[in-house]
Design a protein around this ligand. Structure first.
Ligand code: NAD
Length: 346
């Protein structure tokens, strides 16, 4: 299929759902993780900046741009933990890819579902380098919108098949159990964090609360655990007790952004951390030994969205799962923009 010059492919929520179902959730997560890994391997070619965030009392609205020498991408995303009380999502997003050579947009897509997929794929990718080998049991603390995606990514990429769920709202954990019933997990709903982390080799924290919370205390973290800290992703919003950070080997996406937004905002600015791309390229080691506590201090970085946008862009021609959006005013005579208006009136 040849793309028309002035028409921008648009992937709606409906088309994104169909695309994920057509590919299959787990194959989608594996392929997406492959794109993210490939872009992390060429990390140095990207223009990188900490995301531009507009904070308010209840939440944050962020723009996340990056580009290589051919393609530019950005995501618009929000984070409003109180939204769920009014029946709205905590996190919603959409994104754009554009051609660096012309500046013309190449793709506009929903990214609420895609963000959940890319966050989970990145977490599982990090865990492949950091979690204890053969880990099969994961505690998931916070069982909201992201939770099932996290579970499925860890199953698809690492073989995790035992879940121990905990949420302050038990109905969220029960929703997870229902949604995951046909995916082959052995799932236990627990009544406390203490109970959830029992026997877990991986602990995922993915709660939403705009404060410095202590979801996980130091006494609950034994040697050899991998912590996938996903919910602390903005200034004044953390999940882990500082004592855990001081015992952990900490891995981050893009250090300047994570110092502002991640768990490590609790630590002095010179506390050593390792960027994940360096582990993926082999420049640094991941897990040191069986007793090490590893922490992936995830906040979500633009290169992951760029990879996700690339992945979707590569799927839509084949599947036809997009609409054509009349987004660009582009008259035949480029300087006659006003004439275009007159011709429309005529
Ligand atoms: P959500 O509101 O749908 O779900 C959050 C869940 O956490 C809710 O079920 C809530 O009851 C539970 N919760 C709140 N406080 C808790 C506590 N103290 N103990 C146990 N459970 C608790 O939100 P979501 O879309 O699933 O997002 C979860 C978090 O992940 C948010 O903070 C969001 O900003 C973050 N997030 C991070 C990334 C990233 O790349 N790191 C990407 C997407 C979302």
């Amino acid at each position: 299929m040849h793309r028309e010059l002035n028409v921008v492919p648009f992937v709606s929520v409906d088309h994104m759902l169909k695309l994920v179902l057509a590919i299959g959730v787990e194959p989608f997560l594996v392929q997406l993780a492959g794109y993210i890994e490939a872009d992390f391997r060429r990390w140095e070619v990207f223009d990188k900046t900490a995301r531009v965030a507009a904070h308010s009392t209840e939440g944050v609205i962020e723009l996340m741009p990056t580009n290589d020498d051919k393609i530019y991408g950005f995501k618009y995303v929000n984070g409003h933990p109180k939204n769920t009380r009014d029946g709205r999502q905590t996190v919603t997003a959409f994104g754009v890819l554009a051609d660096v050579a012309t500046g013309y947009p190449l793709l506009l897509t929903e990214m609420t579902i895609l963000t959940a997929l890319r966050t989970a794929a990145t977490s599982a990718l990090a865990a492949r380098y950091l979690a204890p080998p053969g880990a099969r049991t994961m505690a998931v603390i916070g069982n909201g919108a992201q939770a099932e995606f996290q579970a499925l990514a860890f199953k698809a990429l690492l073989g995790v098949d035992r879940l121990r769920l905990y949420d302050i709202d038990r109905s969220a954990s029960e929703k997870c159990v229902r949604n995951l019933v046909s995916y082959g997990f052995d799932t236990t709903v627990t009544g406390s964090v203490e109970e959830a982390v029992l026997d877990a080799q991986i602990v995922t924290t993915v709660t939403a609360d705009k404060q410095c919370a202590t979801i996980l205390t130091d006494n609950l973290v034994g040697p050899g655990i991998h912590i996938n800290g996903v919910g602390g992703d903005c200034p004044g919003k953390t999940e882990l007790h500082i004592d855990i950070l001081n015992r952990s080997d900490i891995f981050v996406e893009y250090t300047p952004q994570t110092r502002i937004e991640g768990e490590i905002q609790q630590l002095p600015p010179d506390h050593p951390v390792t960027e994940l791309w360096r582990v993926i390229t082999g420049a640094e080691s991941g897990r040191r030994d069986a007793a090490a506590i590893t922490l992936f201090d995830s906040v979500g970085f633009a290169v992951e969205d760029f990879a996700a946008l690339r992945y979707v862009n590569d799927q839509i021609e084949r599947t036809g799962l997009y609409e054509k959006l009349d987004l660009l005013a582009d008259p035949d005579e480029p300087r006659d923009l006003f004439g275009m208006l007159l011709r429309a009136a005529g």
